[in-house]
Design a protein around this ligand. Structure first.
Ligand SMILES: Cc1cc2nc3c(=O)[nH]c(=O)nc-3n(C[C@H](O)[C@H](O)[C@H](O)COP(=O)(O)O)c2cc1C
Length: 196
């Protein structure tokens, strides 16, 4: 059975990112996956300070005592990780950026042996501007840059334009794509590594 963990970075519960992520997780659960949603707005993740304690000989984790360890465990348990964010000021929401920065502690001191290598990733991004190539698609391209190096795979992404809370529910194409991605992750239809 596949496990799918979603990090939902919108502070708006019932908002566009939440709705799309829930559709994806529902599609996955219907196809037999075990799913978990983490609302980052409810978590306490402090900024990485690049103290390098995580890279000292014998160290195994970040020394900051907050909710990151639990989030990292959820990601480590999952076969697929959904990163879901609204576009705020042209980029990802700050709560997701905090988590990704702290993933520095999941690498060794040479930026190798990433503890999430082999995982599949899906990016969900919602923005108001109608031209999704400006921010949401651009963010997916930024993530894709890390694929080979970290040995992960961005298997798909959903980039939508929506403004008001919940507006995306009217976007039948995006909703269907979310369910379809969830189903394919659950069934293991996607290759895991960029070169496969
Ligand atoms: C502080 C803030 C900054 C935003 N910046 C952008 C932006 O740079 N570009 C854009 O297209 N939309 C921007 N938006 C709009 C949101 O991306 C949009 O409403 C999105 O659908 C919110 O998703 P949610 O309902 O999941 O929270 C911004 C919204 C807020 C509150």
């Amino acid at each position: 059975m596949k496990r799918i963990a979603a990090l939902i970075a919108s502070p708006r519960k019932g908002g566009n990112v939440d709705i799309l992520t829930t559709a994806l997780l529902n599609g996955a659960a219907e196809a037999g996956a075990q799913t978990e949603a983490i609302y980052l707005i409810d978590t306490n993740v402090r900024p990485c300070t690049q103290c390098e304690a995580c890279h000292r000989p014998g160290a195994s984790a970040c020394v900051l005592a907050d909710d990151f360890a639990g989030i990292a465990d959820a990601m480590a348990r999952a076969d697929a990780i959904i990163l879901a964010t609204p576009i705020w000021w042209s980029s990802m929401h700050a709560t997701l950026k905090l988590v990704l920065d702290r993933c520095y502690s999941l690498l060794d001191s040479n930026w190798g042996n990433f503890k999430l290598s082999g995982k599949q990733f899906v990016l969900i991004a919602a923005q108001t501007q109608p031209d999704v190539s400006m921010y949401a698609e651009a963010l997916a391209k930024e993530f894709a840059v890390y694929q080979d190096w970290l040995k992960i795979r961005l298997v798909d992404h959903i980039a939508v334009s929506a403004e008001a809370r919940g507006e995306v529910a009217q976007n039948a194409e995006a909703m269907e794509k979310a369910r379809r991605i969830g189903r394919s992750l659950a069934l293991g239809d996607r290759p895991s590594l960029a070169h496969e």
